[in-house]
Design a binder for this molecule. Structure first.
Ligand code: 13P
Length: 256
């Protein structure tokens, strides 16, 4: 069973999908499907920047929070193409996904920039969802726990235990993202327990026990229940299946 101290948190990462019109349809459909879940499960969706404002209005008064997919570490300035944490706060976001493996792989995100972005997110009063995870080659070389430890150490350097307690961590093995090949519940639990141990060692047990650790990578309605039954799997960060309201709602129900 998941730890009752931590409320399950299911978030949908829409990535670079959905026009404003499509995003509104999805948000409205989802709102209807999950309204009965109420407070048992925390939920968020992360549309692309262009749809944040419209989706925020469509979700007003609902039990679904809004997340962004990244943000810059400065509050404003000459950073063409970037969006800042205070801007995301103003548009209605509560969370920001930081350090997703696609940003690390395609856009040069490093543990150091993850750290700087997290500082900006907290400063703006938002909650970072920090993504970590190994590639297939790293797993096959037996380096999974070492890689995840390094990403956590760099990404979370310098935060206080009180700050850490607000974080969400997402374990997303790169080989499981968009491949249809999810980590088994036991594989996920092994890494989640390791993440929790690392957090305990660096920040103390009280703070570490409050951090929700989501699993991400080919989460679907038919595997969510098994993954979420593990004691350190406190939720899911869902990609492909979050683009279909009925699938996302089924995953939410598996958590509640
Ligand atoms: P998929 O659920 O499509 O594998 O994506 C997972 C992910 O990257 C969520 O951030």
């Amino acid at each position: 069973m998941s730890n009752p101290q931590r409320r399950p948190f299911i978030a949908g990462n829409w990535k670079m999908n959905k026009t404003v019109g499509e995003a509104l349809s999805l948000a409205r459909e989802l709102r209807g499907l999950v309204s009965m879940v109420r407070d048992r499960v925390e939920m968020a969706v992360a549309p692309p920047f262009t749809a944040l404002h419209s989706v925020a209005r469509a979700l007003e008064g609902s039990n679904i929070a809004l997340a962004a997919q990244s943000c810059h570490w400065e509050a404003f300035g000459a950073f063409t193409g970037e969006v800042s944490a205070p801007m995301l706060k103003e548009v209605g976001c509560s969370y920001v996904i930081i350090g997703h493996s696609e940003r690390r792989q395609y856009f040069g995100e490093t543990d150091e920039t993850v750290n700087r972005r997290c500082q900006a997110v907290l400063k703006a009063g938002l909650v970072p969802i920090v993504c970590v995870g190994e590639t297939l080659a790293e797993r096959e070389a037996g380096r999974t726990l070492e890689v995840v430890s390094r990403q956590l150490k760099g990404g979370l350097a310098g935060f206080s235990p009180a700050e850490l307690a607000r974080f969400v961590v997402a374990y997303e093995p790169v080989w499981a993202i968009g491949t249809g090949r999810n980590a088994t519940a036991d594989q996920a639990q092994e890494v989640h327990a390791h993440i929790r141990e690392q957090l305990v060692a660096a920040f103390g047990r009280e703070a570490a026990e409050q951090v929700r650790i989501q699993y991400g990578g080919s989460v679907k309605p038919d595997n969510a229940g098994s993954l979420l039954s593990k004691p350190d799997v406190d939720g899911a960060l869902v990609g492909g299946a979050s683009l279909k309201a009925s699938d996302f709602a089924a995953i939410v129900k598996a958590a509640g």
